[in-house]
Design a binder for this molecule. Structure first.
Ligand SMILES: Cc1ncc(C[n+]2csc(CCOP(=O)(O)OP(=O)(O)O)c2C)c(N)n1
Length: 662
């Protein structure tokens, strides 16, 4: 780090720089982003796109008094660099380092935490309403992406802004990309807005007007000008269709006024989001507005790094890469496939044999592996935008018509659609198949992205069949089995690489609610330990069993396969036969798989002591690797062994205590 960035450690310095110095600072920030993220990975493209915007925001407003609310908040790295965190920026997304998202506990400049899309407009409106109630005068600025606008919650907020407050500044950061290319009618609408000749003329007039004004007169004249002519001109312009038929993108043919204006927000744009002086003037203007305003800025995802400009999807969120080429680090020979790819490739094969199957993603074709289906069978693939609730209800609708939709959503994002799972899928007992990726830790993303709650939130719902495979071969069996079911099915599997076991040519139909006995007791008269290792923790159960066997224990290892319906017979049998039972799950202990075993044992009068291994009742922070967090919280072979021994009162002191982080 060198030059101007070296000296800027609080937003007040941004206000002291000349325009040329600000531009240089922007270049230095880009260099910092590109070099640090080449080692740490992270959201490079989105952050390169908001360098000028973030500089302009800190030039015009004053955080922490003024509030910046970032949607998803994956684009706050520049904001972090300017708000006292630049010295720790090289720790971003690593153990005990900076988080990759806005975090209230990290800085007073992060007024709102996020990681899930679509929350910013509502949160910012809440802040504006609170400000109005208190009679204070801070500015609330909400920065949201064009894809966040495809999310239903965003529209719920837009619907509410105009009659809730008179002072609200929204910045629509339009780069035409979600993670993949943005899809749907809203994306088409924004493209039309950008391309519309009336708008372009209006935007140009407005820009030259802004540039001509001496700085001091800006606010006053702008307010005046806006009242006089600008507002009128804006509301007069509609995106008129040339015909009265339905447009190819599905919109009606009667001429569409500006969406935001119709919702009571003054619309300003489209504006070049890399033009620093223009951004600054526009934000100065926005500050004076006595009506909610949306400024539509156009930015380039990945600006300043060729590789990121060429591959916006890859560099939306990237692992480490070579700075000179942008190439990712090659994976070691023999690395097992990622679960998401096994899922996507399996779905293609299943779709080829079963015409009722379709795949649905909520804007995550590569993250979920559905890109394989998109490529192989595009007519069986739906990307519905960042709209998890819609994805689930859409699937429910298709299921009523004889289809078998496969909804691939990360465990954490599926939380958004809980009522839809309850009301639209389970209550109506519809055969929707849920592939829940990232069930377990998403280590370097942290608490917004860990998928640690799904067993608990699903096992209380009637009609649910919920499974967790111990490896990729079993995952294929589970997907195959799910396609034969007439009830809602859920398959949870972790982020990252699978176990590296061969996948059978022909998948096997699994018996619903039947566990697999991986290793039975040898009945040699030794102390008996039954280890129930769910999903990806079955391998930990097997390793612990091997260790315990070497220390004189007789171990059985069970793969529960189903968290619902639970295999009551197998659990009761091994529970009664064992001296100690251990349950292992990559999920919170509260309400999880181990809890369901305890409930069953209570009903069946199984009194064997149970040691539960899983995540404690607290939000788990981010770290460089999953293993570091597992070690910190006792999800290790050593801790399993120690807990078993403690049950036999051998070495109680060695049991790892869960670390309570405050
Ligand atoms: C509820 C939810 N679903 C999915 C995601 C995954 N996700 C993170 S960023 C993103 C795309 C955001 O696009 P946009 O809002 O346009 O911002 P950009 O990255 O283009 O700046 C998606 C789909 C998420 N964070 N939250």
């Amino acid at each position: 780090m060198s030059g101007i960035l070296e000296k800027v450690d609080q937003p007040k310095y941004v206000k002291q720089l000349t325009l040329d110095q600000l531009r240089q600072l922007g270049e230095e920030i880009r260099y910092e982003l590109i070099t640090v993220l080449s080692k740490n990975g992270g959201h490079l493209g989105p952050n390169l796109g908001v360098v000028e915007l973030t500089l302009a925001l800190h030039r015009v407003f004053e955080t922490p008094k003024d509030k910046f609310v970032w949607d998803v908040s994956h684009q706050v790295y520049v904001h972090k660099l300017l708000t006292g965190r630049k010295d720790r920026f090289n720790t971003i997304r690593t153990t005990d380092g900076l988080n990759g998202f806005a975090l209230r506990t990290e800085s007073p400049h992060d007024c709102y935490g996020a990681g899930h899309a679509g929350t910013a407009l509502s949160a910012a409106l809440g802040m504006a309403a609170a400000r109005d109630k208190k009679g204070t005068n801070e500015n609330v600025v909400c920065i949201f992406g064009d894809a966040a606008l495809t999310n239903g919650v965003s529209f719920e907020a837009l619907n509410n802004i105009g009659h809730t407050t008179k002072r609200f500044i929204g910045i629509l950061n339009d780069n035409e990309w979600s993670i993949a290319k943005n899809v749907g009618a809203i994306a088409n609408y924004l493209s039309k807005l950008i391309a519309h000749p009336s708008y372009n003329k209006l935007a140009k007039d407005f820009q030259s007007f802004l540039r001509r004004l001496p700085k001091g007169e800006l606010a006053l004249k702008l307010a005046h000008k806006a009242e006089e002519g600008f507002k009128g001109a804006i509301t007069d312009v509609g995106l008129r269709q040339t015909s009265s038929t339905i447009d190819s993108d599905g919109r009606g043919g009667f001429g569409s006024p500006i969406l935001f204006e119709e919702m009571g927000l003054r619309y300003l744009g489209p504006i070049d989001g890399h033009d620093l002086p223009l951004l600054i003037s526009t934000l100065e203007f926005a500050k004076t507005c006595d009506q909610p305003i949306v400024i539509h800025i156009l930015t380039q995802k990945g600006k300043g790094f060729d590789a990121a400009l060429k591959s916006p999807e890859k560099f939306h969120g990237t692992g480490p890469y070579d700075v000179s080429t942008g190439e990712s680090m090659p994976s070691k020979a023999g690395t097992p496939p990622a679960y998401q790819d096994v899922m996507g490739q399996t779905l293609v094969k299943l779709c080829q044999k079963n015409n009722t199957l379709v795949g649905i993603t909520a804007a995550m074709p590569s993250g979920t592996g559905l890109k394989h289906l998109e490529k192989a069978m595009p007519d069986r693939y739906y990307d519905v935008g960042i709209a998890e609730e819609h994805a689930v209800i859409f699937a429910a609708g298709m299921a009523t018509m004889g289809f078998h939709p496969v909804v691939a959503i990360y465990s954490t994002f599926l939380q958004r659609a809980y009522d839809c799972i309850h009301h639209d899928v389970c209550l109506q007992d519809l055969p929707v198949i849920f592939c829940m990726d990232r069930a377990g830790l998403s280590a370097n993303d942290g608490p917004t992205h860990h998928g640690l709650f799904d067993i608990a939130y699903l096992r209380c719902l009637p009609n649910v069949i919920a499974m967790a495979p111990k490896d990729e071969d079993e995952m294929v069996d589970m997907m195959f089995t799910a396609t034969h079911e007439n009830h809602p099915t859920f398959i949870r599997y972790p982020r990252g690489n699978a176990e590296g076991v061969p996948i059978k040519d022909q998948p096997k139909l699994l018996e619903i609610g039947k566990a697999e006995v991986v290793q039975n007791f040898s009945n040699t008269g030794k102390r008996k330990v039954a280890l129930f290792g769910l999903g990806n923790l079955n391998s930990m159960a097997r390793q612990a069993a091997a260790q315990l066997a070497s220390e004189g224990f007789d171990c059985a290892v069970i793969n529960p396969r189903f968290t619902k319906p639970l295999d009551a017979g197998t659990h009761e049998f091994f529970g009664k036969a064992a001296d100690v039972v251990v349950t292992l799950e990559d999920h919170v202990l509260a309400g999880g798989y181990g809890s369901s075993v305890l409930e069953l044992f209570s009903e069946k009068n199984v009194t064997t002591p149970v040691a539960r291994i899983g995540w404690p009742d607290q939000f788990i922070e981010h770290a460089s690797t999953q293993d570091e967090l597992r070690k910190r919280y006792g999800l290790t072979v050593e801790n399993v062994v120690a807990k078993v021994k403690a049950q036999f009162s051998e070495t109680p002191a060695q049991v790892t205590r869960l670390i309570q982080l405050t």
